[in-house]
Structures are given as structure tokens and as C-alpha cells.
Design a protein around this ligand. Sequence first.
Ligand SMILES: NC(=O)c1ccc[n+]([C@@H]2O[C@H](COP(=O)([O-])OP(=O)(O)OC[C@H]3O[C@@H](n4cnc5c(N)ncnc54)[C@H](O)[C@@H]3O)[C@@H](O)[C@H]2O)c1
Length: 363
Amino acid sequence: MKSLSVALADRSYPIRFVHDVASANPLVEEFLADREGPVATVIDATVAEKHPLVCEFLGQLGPVLRVPGGEGSKSLGWMEKGWDFLAQEGIDRTGCLVVVGGGVVGDLGGFLAASWLRGIDFIQIPTTLLAMVDSSVGGKTGINTSAGKNLVGAFHQPRLVVIGNFFLETLPPREFSAGMAEVIKAGMLAEASLFERLEELPPLQPGAAELLEVIQAACAIKARVVAEDEKETAAEGGRALLNLGHTFAHAIEKVAGYGTYLHGEAVAIGLHMAAKFSAETGALPESMVNRVRGLLEKYQLPVTLREPLSTEVLVQAMGKDKKNRGASLRLVLLKSIGEAYTKGGFTPDQLARFWDAFQTPLR
Ligand SMILES: NC(=O)c1ccc[n+]([C@@H]2O[C@H](COP(=O)([O-])OP(=O)(O)OC[C@H]3O[C@@H](n4cnc5c(N)ncnc54)[C@H](O)[C@@H]3O)[C@@H](O)[C@H]2O)c1
């Protein structure tokens, strides 16, 4: 069985990779065997329906709260329902929460675990590709409020993560492609060999034999970056590098209206833009920009805006990205495929000219 350790001193935890449900459930059982406290589950309602064996198994361990997937569930309303559920079911400080779902239920469930009784243990079982390679590594938990997305939350590391690629068999293809954007990002920012492997392989499908190994490689990259800069305090580089393409992507999501593009689709455009901007302002060869674009398109991901959006509003939105420090606009750029860096000091005019080139499809 494959395993990876996220090295964070006393908060280190293992990520276990399995192919089937028959191997996943015993890992949870094994972890809980040494504990005495109560167990409860928060699960994405679609996952509960499509994976009854997982849901039945968790139901035998304790009470189960079903939460709908989709951004709307990362809300204060669902936090309150979650706290009420934990209170009614008598989950005390010795308790453990099992959180099963995509990034939405993962972020919500993780924040429930972080906030309930000032923090209880939790096990994370991601069920979307995006959640497997991104949100299940690094301990960021949280919800959205009227002030914005992900502004309220906590760092709270799970005690165990179980990644089973069998979950992906039921994931809609568009969600699968969106997750591949984050896998491609991981290769772009820190590991050229992963990027090259994806170029060589035929387009991966949820059932592909190589998929688990690719997911593990992407997780290992994120785990390495997070271990070096857990709370994103490095002056340059560090955890902020994971934001490659995301300053552009967040602006697209916000201006187009959340839900118009899946997060991973906006990230795909953002990755293409980050590569192009790296070529225009730095030393990245244009041939590498074409490779980035080619790999994104191989996974049916968009590389330019589908419909034009106001350049002015996009640039304004970039200025408000919470990853900025002070007034200066910082971006994550590429020296080459596999090597990223952070750079500040870009002007709104420069970015406006750049956005104009991405307003219409290339073909
Ligand atoms: N914490 C972090 O570090 C981090 C990192 C990246 C993204 N995120 C967050 O992740 C969220 C997006 O996550 P997401 O893209 O996984 O969205 P999601 O959790 O809403 O899942 C997408 C859709 O797939 C469904 N689904 C989930 N698993 C399924 C399965 N196995 N089979 C069939 N359907 C399934 C869900 O019900 C939902 O409709 C955002 O809120 C984002 O902020 C967090």
C-alpha cells in the first residue's frame, strides 16, 4: 500500500493511497482501533448516495450528517447545523470526525473539527480529484461569508488522509478535468518530471492504472511545499508558490460570477496566463508556454476566457486578491517548467494590456 507523510512536527500525518473501497475502510478502522472517543461523519450527500458501501461502513461507526456538495454549503448556516449535530450526538474532546467529500465538504468539515471544542481530531477522505491533490494536503479549512470566499477559517491538520481513486469513477468528467488543472499546476511549479509524464501518457481517465501514482506525485509536491512553510509566512516563494495561476483565476471566478467556471477551469486559464506573463516579463521560452497550453487542452480545459469580461474589473479584482501584500501586485511566475518564483511590483496598466490578449478564444 502506498503512503506519504506530511511532515509538520507534532502535527505530522500520513496520507494513504488505495485503489478500492475494500482497502479504504480498514484504514479508518485501524486508525480508530486505538481510540476510545465517539466518532461522527460529515459526508457529501452525492458521495453518500453513489458510494453506499462507504456510507454504510461509516454509519456503523457513528452518526452521519449529509451535506450537499457545491460552494453554497461552505456557509455559516451549515456550520451551525454541523455544531448542532456534534452537540446532539455528544461528540466530546476525545471524539473524531470523519470528513468525506470534495473540497467544499472537506473545508467545511475540517473547520467544524477545528472549531468544535476548540479543536478535535479528524480524518479526511477526499472524493474529488481537486480535493485529493489540493485541499486534503495542508490543513487549510474554512467557509465563505458575505465578505468573500475563504475569509473565515483555521489551519487544522487532519490526523489521517485516505485517498481512494475509486471515488473518481462517479465524478462528472468536467469535475475530473478541473482537478487535472491542479495536478498540472503541481508539475509546473515544482516537478518537471510530473509535467513530462503527463505529456507522455494518453489523457488519464478515472479508471487509469497510472492515476493513483500521478495523484501521489502531486500530493507529494504540495506536502513538501507545505512542510517548508506551513502557515505561508515565507517572505518570498514558500507556500505562496502553490498560488501559481490563482491570482488570475480568482479574478476570473469573481468577475464571471462564481460557478460560471469551475475553480479548476479558471485555474487552467490562470496557468496559461501565468506562463505567458512569465515569458513576456521574464526568461520563460515561448515553447514552454505552448507546452503548458497543450497539456491543459489535452484535458479539455479552457486556456482563454469563453466570453469577454471587463479588463478594468478583472484588474481591480486582482488588486484585491488576499495573497497580495500591501499595495504591490504580486504574482507567481515560472523560470522554467518545474521552477516557480514570486515577484511583486506589477502595475495595473501592464496587467490590463495583458488581459486584453486573453479576452477571446485563440482559435
Ligand atoms: N483547503 C484547501 O487547501 C483548498 C484548496 C483548494 C480548493 N479548496 C476549496 O475546494 C472547494 C472546491 O472543491 P471541489 O471542486 O472538490 O468541489 P465540491 O466539493 O463542491 O465537489 C464538486 C461536485 O462533485 C460532487 N462530488 C464530490 N465527490 C464526488 C464523487 N466521488 N462522485 C460524484 N460526485 C462527487 C459534489 O457533490 C459537488 O457537486 C472550493 O470551495 C475551494 O475553496 C480548498
